[in-house]
Design a protein around this ligand. Structure first.
Ligand code: BG6
Length: 509
């Protein structure tokens, strides 16, 4: 059996950058993700000429839709959530490859029916038995769908059959282990693509380029020069229409275990030996293995949760989390989390990584801020000459870019210093907007490149890191024991204290 690296098909595909003819089967075809993200991203790939002529997409969901109705729905999604249909002939060509097959996720018969239908499409469309099965469904259906795909022998050929699994992958370490076992029973790891859409963001991929294609930062990228690292993913939105899911998840499961820990890994990992999927993912696993909450015995010194109460944003009143539709009025689900992580290795010993994320914060902003140590001796001593530590800020979104903050002499006869920024912005340097994450992720899974997908051991290690906080916060507690913050403010006071205790402050964003 060929390994993925030796697989000539994959190497060829990587060079050609156009996938082999294939059928992409989307489970959850009537859902939001398909209409808002997946199909618009596929259509964008079509516009760019990145899809094979034989490209075929089969939507699967419970509702009894016709092929034509599915096509109409997808067209609506493209019109509403991307920059439109463009040339009508292009849409016609794309729509010819769109099909729908009604089915029930946990009934064997539906999979047999699907299998037969896919076989017919192979003959009609020339898709050669190549399949990507995309589970864009509620996570409660993952186990049944994966087992059924296995039982129907639809994942038997590693070089032809792939499985894409949306997040969340499990709801804690043990459920993720169980899910991994279910997956491993029906296919090989090289067939599996676990989605974390943050890895599809250009700015996140640029972390690798920034760190490993430039010589000047590496000598400074360690405990000798770095004082602390702050990773913030702030959102202005609340729980929206997703309370059913969010009430069972909360910010630690929804954002930290996946997106923030991925940002952390790419910031903290060692240089991989190459850009193959396994060398990069291997380094991420290694750094996670050495990572833990700063003080597990006194959790409040390393993990803070919070929940938004009513407040004001942009002049409008905002309801508190407990007042949102379908939320338990005594819910203790965290909508904000701040963690202090430490990494036990030679590079990072003693350097805290502060991570925070929350909903209903004043600004939508994601960034990684590397705060360097201050100068060993200040020779500019008056208040007007005080110096601040250098900060390298990697802006993930919006206003994507990188800035380096340093001290400069102000113009004039007096010796006064001021903090200034040296700035790189994607928009002005490349003159184009960054693509949607799904655009890249869909192309990569069709090409068979797993670099931007999480591996089984990686997802488990990430769960392990957050387990002490999950365990404590999942335990029944007094509903008022959760710290609150007003919608439109940055965080509960406890989260400020997490850094103040160390003589530090959160960066003002
Ligand atoms: C999703 C979470 O994974 O990421 C959402 O489930 C969150 O709760 C979203 O809003 C944030 O993604 P982005 O790309 O807007 O930062």
């Amino acid at each position: 059996m060929l390994t993925l690296q030796e697989n000539p098909l994959r190497v060829g595909l990587k060079q050609a950058k156009t996938p082999e003819p294939l059928i992409l089967v989307i489970f959850g075809a009537s859902g939001d993700l398909t209409q808002r993200k997946l199909v618009p991203a596929l259509y964008q790939l079509k516009k760019e000429g990145r899809l094979p002529a034989e490209m075929t997409i089969v939507g699967v969901a419970r509702r009894e839709w016709s092929h034509d109705y599915f096509r109409q729905q997808m067209r609506q999604g493209i019109e509403e959530f991307s920059d439109g249909i463009g040339k009508e002939e292009l849409w016609e060509d794309f729509a010819q490859g769109l099909y729908y097959c009604a089915g029930n996720m946990d009934e064997g018969e539906s999979y047999q029916k699907l299998k037969t239908f896919l076989g017919e499409l192979d003959g009609k469309r020339g898709t050669r038995g190549n399949r990507v099965f995309y589970l864009a469904v509620s996570p409660k259906f993952f186990p049944a769908a994966i087992k059924q795909l296995g039982a129907a022998k639809m994942l038997t050929e590693p070089l032809k059959h792939r499985l894409v699994i949306e997040k969340p992958f499990g709801k804690d370490l043990s459920s993720a282990q169980v899910l991994n076992r279910i997956v491993q029973n029906v296919c090989k790891e090289e067939q599996v693509y676990r989605i974390d859409h943050y890895l599809g963001k250009e700015t996140v991929q640029n972390l690798l380029v920034f760190r490993f294609a430039n010589a000047i930062f590496e000598p400074l990228w360690n405990r000798n020069y770095i004082d602390n690292i702050q990773i913030t993913v702030a959102e202005t939105v609340g729980v929206e229409e997703r309370a059913g899911y969010y009430e069972t998840a909360g910010a630690l499961r929804d954002m930290v275990q996946n997106h923030l820990l991925q940002l952390f890994c790419l910031t903290a990992m060692e240089a991989p030996s190459g850009i193959s999927a396994d060398s990069i993912r291997g380094e991420k696993v290694k750094v996670l293995q050495g990572t833990h909450l700063a003080d597990i015995k006194n959790l409040e010194k390393s993990a803070i949760r919070g929940q938004y109460t009513g407040g004001w944003m942009k002049g409008k009143p905002i309801p508190g989390y407990r007042e949102e539709k379908d939320v338990n009025p005594l819910s203790t689900t965290p909508t904000f989390v701040a963690l202090k992580l430490m990494v036990d290795n030679w590079r990072w010993q003693g350097v805290p990584f502060y991570l925070r994320t929350g909903k209903r914060l004043p600004k939508k902003v994601s960034e990684i801020a590397i705060q360097f140590k201050n100068v060993p001796l200040t020779i500019f001593q008056s208040a007007a000459q005080q110096t601040n530590p250098n900060i390298l800020a990697l802006r993930i979104q919006p206003n994507e870019g990188i800035s380096l903050r340093f001290e400069a002499k102000m113009l004039g006869a007096e010796l006064r210093t001021r903090t200034v920024d040296m700035d790189f912005s994607y928009g002005s340097s490349f003159g184009m907007a960054t693509a949607d994450a799904y655009h890249r992720l869909l192309l990569d899974c069709m090409l068979g490149d797993q670099t931007l997908f999480t591996r089984a051991d990686e997802v488990e290690e990430a769960w392990r890191v957050v387990t002490p906080a999950l365990t404590a916060w999942d335990a029944p507690a007094d509903p008022n024991s959760i710290p609150f913050y007003e919608a439109g403010t940055w965080q509960p006071a406890e989260a400020e204290f997490l850094l103040n205790r160390d003589g530090r402050r959160w960066r003002r964003l």
